[in-house]
Design a protein around this ligand. Structure first.
Ligand SMILES: Nc1ncnc2c1ncn2[C@@H]1O[C@H](COP(=O)(O)OP(=O)(O)O)[C@@H](O)[C@H]1O
Ligand SMILES: CSC[C@H]1O[C@H](OP(=O)(O)O)[C@H](O)[C@@H]1O
Length: 400
């Protein structure tokens, strides 16, 4: 931690002014901090002409908990490096890195302030036709081109080392796979859910399925993941989607990212039971979210198989049928991981605004209860699905 110091507004401004050439010398800069995430500081630095950049700085602890939860500054290096790697593969879907300083855990990013955070938009019932395709394309390309299908084995192993992210992975291991399934002080749920949560703690079949997912998360370095792709890590406008915040990035199971994304669409789906202003509006947004999940899943599969057919370098993986076998397992994993996201966002430490923002307590409890049941059934049943059609049928049957 040699030269590290936490920046305030004035220091962030000074840093941009003196350490970068992002603005002209006569620029009249202003700066304010406006981060609302769980972990880091986020500053906006702007000049008198409304040109602006984002300076993100990691704190030596988790912002949402405080200094009692120390956290590695190396996450800033990981985040910037994942953005750069994914940005070379999918420049249109990844926020641009303008400057990186690992010692200060500072990254300067293009300002996406002209776009909106997807979670808030979905909460308002807004829909984006391009979303599912954009994200499917991003997830398929970034995972294929960082996988053993494409990379030489030596090159891949060097990357696995570069992107080793043990502290942030430990958070996911705890929050996704351990805490929700036992009594734990980090868990956070209303008294009204206690009976359901106690049943969940005693459901051995569920815990067994979760153990299998955890094992996959721990020991399947299939591709360089975003690691935390939820609807709060995606900016959208009418035409584009841009991904931010991959500080949990590491080489892990490909289905984890797809599952996290789908899981957040489903959290919104459950929340709409209380949020939508009328029955037709609820039906409309439900239909949209389901379509998004189906499109994202099928386009992900289709793009992956096309890339595998045209770009697989590994001789053994070129064998007829292997790519199909591999992707089927990725989709099964995705729906299982999706179930763990639903459960951990409902009773674990970190919730989502889609559900926590529901004012009526009774309505909120019903939504939470639905999210828990949906998560449980996806975890239990996804491993038995043989195709994406089976997974889609499973989801439909659970949402009826
Ligand atoms: N490139 C960006 N452009 C505009 N706003 C951003 C950008 N990156 C982050 N933000 C804002 O800062 C908030 C927190 O950023 P995020 O990367 O999610 O932080 P954390 O790592 O703490 O979760 C986002 O919800 C968004 O409002
Ligand atoms: C103590 S970290 C909790 C939670 O926060 C992260 O989300 P974000 O940084 O995007 O707000 C991640 O999902 C972690 O699981």
């Amino acid at each position: 931690m040699t030269n590290y110091t936490t920046l305030d507004n004035a220091q962030a401004l000074e840093y941009v002014k003196t350490q970068t050439q992002l603005f002209s010398d006569d620029a009249n800069l202003t700066c304010y901090e406006f981060g609302d995430g769980n972990l880091n500081l986020v500053f906006r630095v702007a000049d008198q002409h409304h040109n602006s950049v984002i300076l993100k700085q990691a704190l030596p602890y988790a912002r949402c908990v405080g200094e009692s939860w120390p956290l590695t500054l190396d996450r800033a290096r990981i985040e910037a490096s994942v953005l750069i790697k994914h940005g070379t593969i999918c420049p249109d879907t990844t926020v641009k890195v303008l400057h990186q300083n690992n010692e200060l855990a500072v990254t300067i990013l293009e300002d996406l302030g002209h776009m909106q955070i997807l979670r808030s938009e979905l909460c308002e019932g807004r829909k984006f036709d391009h979303l599912a395709s954009n994200i499917a394309n991003y997830l398929a390309h970034t995972s294929f081109f960082s996988s053993d299908f494409y990379l030489d084995a030596q090159e891949k192993k060097a990357l696995v080392q570069e992107f080793t992210n043990p502290e942030l992975c430990a958070i996911t291991e705890d929050l996704f796979f351990d805490d929700p399934y036992r009594v734990c002080s980090r868990n956070n749920f209303a008294h009204g859910l206690s009976e359901q949560v106690t049943k969940l703690h005693h459901n051995n079949a569920l815990k067994l399925a979760v153990a299998k997912l955890k094992s996959k998360f721990l020991s399947a370095p299939q591709a360089l993941l975003h690691g935390d792709i939820h609807t709060g890590s995606i900016f959208v406008d009418d035409k584009h989607a841009k991904v931010i915040d991959p500080e949990f990035g590491f080489f892990g199971p490909i289905g984890f990212d797809l599952g996290s994304f789908i899981g957040n669409l489903l959290l919104n789906y459950c929340a709409q039971n209380a949020r939508a202003k009328s029955l037709p509006q609820r039906r409309d947004i439900h239909a949209y979210l389901l379509k998004c999940i189906q499109t994202c899943t099928s386009e992900f599969e289709q793009i992956w198989l096309t890339l595998a057919q045209t770009h697989t370098k590994d001789l053994s993986f070129q064998t007829k049928g292997y790519a199909e076998y591999f992707v089927k397992q990725v989709l099964r994993d995705a729906f299982g991981f999706c179930g763990t996201e639903l459960i951990r966002r409902t009773i674990g430490l970190a919730h989502v605004a889609d559900i926590d923002g529901i004012e009526d307590e009774h309505a909120r409890l019903n939504v939470q209860s639905q999210a828990l049941q949906l998560g449980e059934q996806l975890i239990l049943q996804a491993p038995h699905c043989k195709s994406k059609e089976d997974l889609s049928q499973l989801l439909l049957s659970l949402l009826l």
